[in-house]
Write a protein of this length. Structure first.
Length: 476
């Protein structure tokens, strides 16, 4: 049985960074940049007014005050989007609005609140300094400046910045495609009345919601009966279009728990089964190569000079030589492309006519009890999915807290308790409501964190220290 820390390490070691793709800007939210973003222009492109007011020369109103306002002739009006062609002379002003281009000769903008208008003139009631209320050309970016680096998470302000820089499309790391299989003869749809021996399907909906929260693509969501033949067929179908397969239920040691048997028959290589955790002990993780036999050989030649060979036999390997030098990309008649990236491990991607892609697929077997499903999803599946799409921070945010009550457990497994954060006078504590049984979701529904009860401890007294992991919907 593997520890939680080692299990997560094993998952991430087998998790590839997905290839990049170019997508429309309005589809890029929650993606991760895969390119350096530079400014195509000076931003702003021109000097503009930061306020509604009057464009003036500084010396003209140097001694202006409420008691002795200075009168200037208004020679024009400049709105946002317009260009005022004439230069401003001494003794004159232009009425100007926020965002409008500052005309030649204007040294500062006197805000509207410090002036009044009468008979085509502005009465300035306070002096201004040179450059006051003017946004200068290039003050945010000069043309060619790096604005954003690869690895940046695309949030609403990043979307706005990209639009302002002139990017209608952006290159991002592809989001993983996920298939979900829920097992169990006992399951019925939520709208159906319960009968003896039956329970409503909860995990389809909780997993779908958790995946949608990450913004990944759910390519299929199927339910499979407790039959090894039917489950194998469903697994094969689900893996065809998915980067990641999540199976819920059937991973323990019961007579009708077929996930491990079916995984082996489907060519899935086990990385680990059973984690020293409660809830979620029977969690399974494995990988599926691109070839059912787990072996792959690809060779490409260009002008007889380039040869690339890749083999997978549990591990991935790429070699390439061009005139004795190492090269990692090959094209043959524009139809075959092989690339390798290093992210702790080597990875191979190949396309033939745009249809073939060769890379390891991840398979997670999660327990069937609803609380166990969510705990193991957040600890193991979510970090893998975030890593695949280029996210730097993949784990739940962790911070110390004090317990509001005594807690006890048996030795040998780390326990993840669903808790509610309390904060008073700068002290963070956690309290526990409801039962912590793995088949009950009520304590999870009222929780905003997971409190980590270490494997080697059996009791923590009230006021004792624990680490809490903030659930994704929490904002402190």
């Amino acid at each position: 049985m593997i520890d939680v820390k080692d299990a997560l390490k094993a998952v991430l070691e087998h998790t590839p960074l997905l290839p990049s793709e170019t997508i429309p800007l309005n589809k890029a939210l929650h993606s991760v940049l895969a390119e350096t973003i530079t400014a195509h222009d000076d931003i702003p492109l021109f000097d503009s007014s930061a306020m509604d007011g009057y464009g003036v020369k500084v010396d003209d109103i140097e001694f202006a005050s409420d008691k002795e306002p200075v009168a200037l002739k208004i020679v024009g009006v400049v709105r946002a989007g317009q260009v005022y062609e004439k230069p401003i002379e001494h003794g004159t002003a232009v009425k100007i609005f926020t965002g409008a281009m500052v005309p030649e000769g204007v040294e500062a903008v006197l805000i509207k609140e410090n002036a009044s208008e009468i008979d085509g003139k502005v009465l300035a009631k306070s002096p201004v300094k040179t450059g006051e209320n003017i946004r200068r050309r290039g003050e945010e970016f000069l043309r060619g400046d790096e604005a954003l680096s690869p690895g940046v998470l695309i949030t609403p302000p990043v979307i706005g910045l990209l639009a302002g820089l002139g990017y209608a499309k952006v290159r991002v790391y592809r989001k993983p495609k996920v298939a979900v299989v829920i097992t169990g003869d006992e399951l019925v749809d939520p709208e159906n009345p319960l009968k003896e021996g039956k329970i409503r399907d909860v995990n389809s909906f909780t997993l779908q919601a958790a995946l949608e929260e990450l913004g990944v693509e759910i390519v299929s969501l199927k339910r499979a009966p407790d039959s090894p033949e039917k489950l194998l067929e469903t697994v094969h179908q689900s893996l065809q279009s998915a980067d990641v397969l999540i199976i819920s239920g059937g991973v323990s040691v019961g007579d009708f728990d077929f996930v491990r048997e079916v995984s082996e028959n489907a060519g899935i290589k086990k990385v680990f089964w059973k984690v020293a955790i409660k809830p979620g002990k029977p969690t399974f993780f494995g990988t599926k190569g691109a070839n059912p036999n787990g072996r792959l050989r690809l060779t490409a030649k260009t002008n007889g000079r380039l040869r690339l060979t890749a083999k997978t036999n549990g591990r991935l390997r790429l070699t390439a030589k061009t005139n004795g030098r190492l090269r990692l990309t090959a094209k043959t008649n524009g139809r075959l492309r092989l690339t390798a990236k290093t992210n702790g491990r080597l990875r191979l991607t190949a396309k033939t006519n745009g249809r073939l892609r060769l890379t390891e697929k991840l398979v997670f077997g999660l327990p069937g009890n609803p609380a166990s499903v969510l705990v193991t999803f957040y600890l193991f599946v979510r970090p893998a999915l975030l890593h695949m799409m280029g996210r730097k921070e993949t784990q739940l945010t962790s911070l110390p807290a004090l317990t509001e009550s005594d807690i006890q457990k048996k030795n040998g497994r780390a326990e993840y308790l669903r808790g509610k954060i309390q904060s008073q006078n700068g002290t963070v504590s956690v309290e526990f409501h409801g039962e912590q049984h793995s088949h009950m979701l009520s304590s999870f529904a009222n929780a905003d964190c997971l409190a980590v009860f270490p494997k080697e401890q059996t009791c923590i007294a009230k006021g004792g220290k624990v680490q809490i992991q903030l659930l994704p919907w929490v904002a402190l």
